[in-house]
Design a protein around this ligand. Structure first.
Ligand SMILES: C[S@@+](CC[C@H](N)C(=O)[O-])C[C@H]1O[C@@H](n2cnc3c(N)ncnc32)[C@H](O)[C@@H]1O
Length: 347
């Protein structure tokens, strides 16, 4: 398998190296295309164990990291399955870069994208139920609850009802088809985000049991640490954020290294579409623990600004803040507005 030109632009590499570079053994729990792994190995990490449940990711990363020889050790597994035996003893660092990679999103045959037609799959690995299974088999109420909880979609009931109506005619098998059902149920706002985005996110999280995986794995990651070891988590939405905060807050072995959440620099946001599109934060922990406060910032605003006139820019900023309120980020509204004001200068 040939490494694609830009399989996934790793996010906040400089910060990750700052926390984990030069350490003895690091476990990258979300190897993906190997971008963070390559940077860490180049920054003097002695041995890197790269974990991924996706065989394609392991193949791409394996080719990319072959130059590091035995210093790179790939493991195909879910990160909740990783223990000291798998990684061969205590380690000095653990990295999580949560969510899907561009490589998964961009391949229509994986079924993650509402922008291109493909089979309604969405599995990061190749076992377990697919998105089509959930969409065609879950009772309407469960489907609505899932879309509401994992997608933070306020129109979840309407969407679930439309899905149930459609599947009574024939099973729903394609991403285009599902996106069309969502659009017909809730309409489309000109210039707004795609109406199916939250439904697709919800299904992806459910199919891959992402929240359960994270909740099971974080305490185990702390168990893996040698004294002075560090856990770094790049989290991208509030559900992940909540699990990370709760788990680490309750773990008396940890101490927070970052008083405030770290975010990608403006330069990175301007040049890395992965950084620009996703809400993110970086948290790193080392034993023993103190409190951490984090927030998630609406970076999707930033990328759109250079193309907008001032009125559109301000309108978009307001919309963005309202969107935040709907998502339940009440405490973050002030930050959203401040960010928007700063951006105004660039309109
Ligand atoms: C955002 S990407 C990581 C990108 C990577 N840091 C890079 O630089 O290319 C997340 C990766 O984690 C994997 N992943 C997500 N959840 C997982 C889990 N529970 N167990 C194992 N791998 C998982 C996905 O398959 C995906 O390849």
């Amino acid at each position: 398998m040939t490494v694609p030109d830009s399989p996934h632009d790793p996010v906040m590499v400089r910060e990750v190296i700052g926390f984990l570079g030069g350490r003895g053994t690091v476990v990258d729990m979300t190897l993906g295309a190997g971008g963070h792994a390559e940077a860490l190995l180049s920054a003097g990490v002695g041995r890197l164990v790269g974990v991924d449940r996706d065989p394609t990711a392991l193949a791409v990363a394996g080719e990319r990291l072959a130059i590091f020889g035995e210093r790179f050790h790939p493991v195909r597994a879910r990160f909740s399955e990783i223990d000291e035996e798998v990684v061969d003893g205590p380690v000095d660092g653990v990295l999580f870069d949560l969510g899907v990679s561009s490589m998964q999103l961009d391949r229509s045959e994986r079924g993650f994208s509402y922008r291109e037609d493909g089979p309604l799959d969405m599995r990061m690995g190749d076992t377990g139920p697919t998105a089509a299974d959930l969409v065609n088999e879950l009772p309407e109420k469960e489907l609505a609850d899932l879309i509401f909880e994992y997608g933070q979609e306020t129109k979840s009931r309407r969407i679930a009802a439309a899905i149930v109506r459609a599947r009574s005619r024939a099973p729903i098998v394609g991403t285009d088809e599902l996106a069309g059902i969502v659009v017909s149920a809730v309409g489309r706002r000109p210039g707004g985000p795609h109406p199916a985005r939250r439904t697709f996110q919800a299904l992806r999280i459910a199919v891959n049991r992402e929240i359960e995986e994270l909740a099971a794995s974080l305490p185990q990651a702390v168990d893996l640490l040698a004294p002075g070891g560090r856990v770094v988590v790049l989290a991208y939405h509030s559900l992940e954020d909540r699990v990370v905060k709760q788990t680490f807050r309750d773990d008396a072995r940890l101490s927070v290294l970052t008083k405030k959440p770290l975010q990608p620099s403006r330069t990175e946001i301007a040049s890395n579409h992965v950084a620009a599109h996703r809400q993110r934060q970086a948290m790193s922990f080392v034993p023993p623990f103190t409190q951490v406060e984090n927030f998630v910032q609406p970076h999707r605003l930033v990328e759109q600004l250079p193309l907008m006139n001032k009125q559109t820019c301000i309108a978009r900023a307001i919309f963005n803040c309202v969107d935040y309120l709907v998502e339940g980020h009440h405490g973050k509204l002030k930050i959203g507005i401040e960010d928007a004001k700063r951006q105004e200068g660039t309109c």
